[in-house]
Design a binder for this molecule. Structure first.
Ligand code: 3EB
Length: 332
């Protein structure tokens, strides 16, 4: 009864009886009706044109579609996906549609978690169209941050402590799409000593700060999972190497290494190592892929890496790297 992560070719039957949900990457076809997040973005250098990633947990499954969220739950672990069409929020004259949509999405997620009595968010995956475009005199990622923070505050969830691991990326189109894993036990949030906590970013990066921790350790029964949030070439709060993709790649990997060190101070299992992580790398310009691939290969050896073309949430960031690893508890 352990939570397992599988990566495979997309399957027409989508999910089996022990699958909680996951993501479908690189494929235009929608996965509606399943708790599978459609990430319609090109895969770079992959053997397969499309990949399905699935979280699997044996045991009786509950499933539902409540609050507009498609979800599955086994034991005390729930995976859900919510897709909101911004056009539905266009009538809210007082704020940009994306801000209204992200606030509503997080309200819905918190109401579902309250109803399920699973209060603890472990990991969140945020995707939206045109993340760097400016509308309503504000970059869309910054609009998203306002809506997200308003919902956290309204639900009396701290906007500064105990934040989940997360990522936030831009796609060419599609709805605001948010997937999440939640559980009955709190995540152990981790920060990066090389970086200012995102919740303390200064106002020059937007009127409201993002809400995420640099990584989280989570504990399904008998397991310890490390989720490293989207990690970029940021030191302190500033972007470093703005026009140098190899430099950004080295800096992001230095940040990942720093977060892994922090994780190993808090870990209950054996130490995590860079070469055992499973990576997802978001690449802004497909032409940068060979440089990024070579830089990663020299640092993480033969680790499992999936490259996805996507926009990063600051216009000067050329790549972002997220990663995870699973350990069993009490075996070594
Ligand atoms: C950064 O460090 C890069 O808004 O949820 C990384 C991970 C980033 C999560 C989010 C944003 C988010 O600020 C961007």
């Amino acid at each position: 009864m352990t939570l397992q992560f599988h990566s495979s070719s997309p399957s027409t039957s989508r999910l089996t009886g022990s699958d909680l949900g996951g993501a479908l990457l690189g494929q235009a076809a929608s996965a509606s009706g399943w708790p599978i997040q459609a990430i319609c973005a090109p895969l770079l250098g992959a053997e397969r044109a499309a990949v399905q990633e699935t979280w699997r947990l044996a045991g009786p499954l509950l499933h539902g579609a409540s609050e507009g969220i498609t979800w599955r739950r086994a034991g005390d672990i729930l995976f859900g996906v919510i897709d909101l069409d911004e056009a539905q929020f266009a009538a809210m004259a007082d704020r940009p549609p994306l801000q209204a949509a992200s606030e509503d999405a997080y309200h819905r997620i918190f109401r579902l978690l309250d109803a399920q009595q699973l209060p603890h968010l472990w990991r969140i995956w945020n995707y939206m169209a045109d993340i760097n475009a400016e509308t309503h005199e504000l970059e869309r990622y910054r609009q998203f941050n306002i809506g997200r923070q308003d919902a956290f505050i309204a639900h009396h969830r701290s906007a500064t402590g105990n934040m989940p691991a997360a990522c936030a990326l831009g796609l060419a189109g599609g709805p605001l799409s948010i997937a999440f894993l939640a559980g009955a036990t709190p995540a152990v949030p981790l920060e990066n000593p090389r970086q200012v906590s995102a919740c303390n970013y200064p106002a020059e990066y937007g009127p409201r700060a993002p809400i995420f921790s640099r990584a989280a350790l989570v504990h399904p029964p008998g397991q310890e999972i490390l989720f490293i949030s989207g990690t970029a070439s940021i030191v302190g709060y500033r972007t470093t190497h703005p026009d140098d993709v190899a430099g950004q790649c080295r800096e992001a990997l230095d940040n990942i290494a720093a977060v892994v060190s922090e994780a190993n101070r808090a870990a209950r299992s054996r130490p995590f190592t860079l070469d055992e992580l499973v990576y997802r790398v978001y690449v802004r310009h497909a032409a940068d892929f060979p440089v990024i691939r070579d830089a990663l290969a020299s640092r993480v050896g033969g680790a499992d890496v999936l490259y996805v073309q996507a926009d990063i949430c600051r216009a000067d960031l050329l790549l972002e790297i997220e990663a995870m690893a699973t350990h069993m508890l009490g075996q070594d």
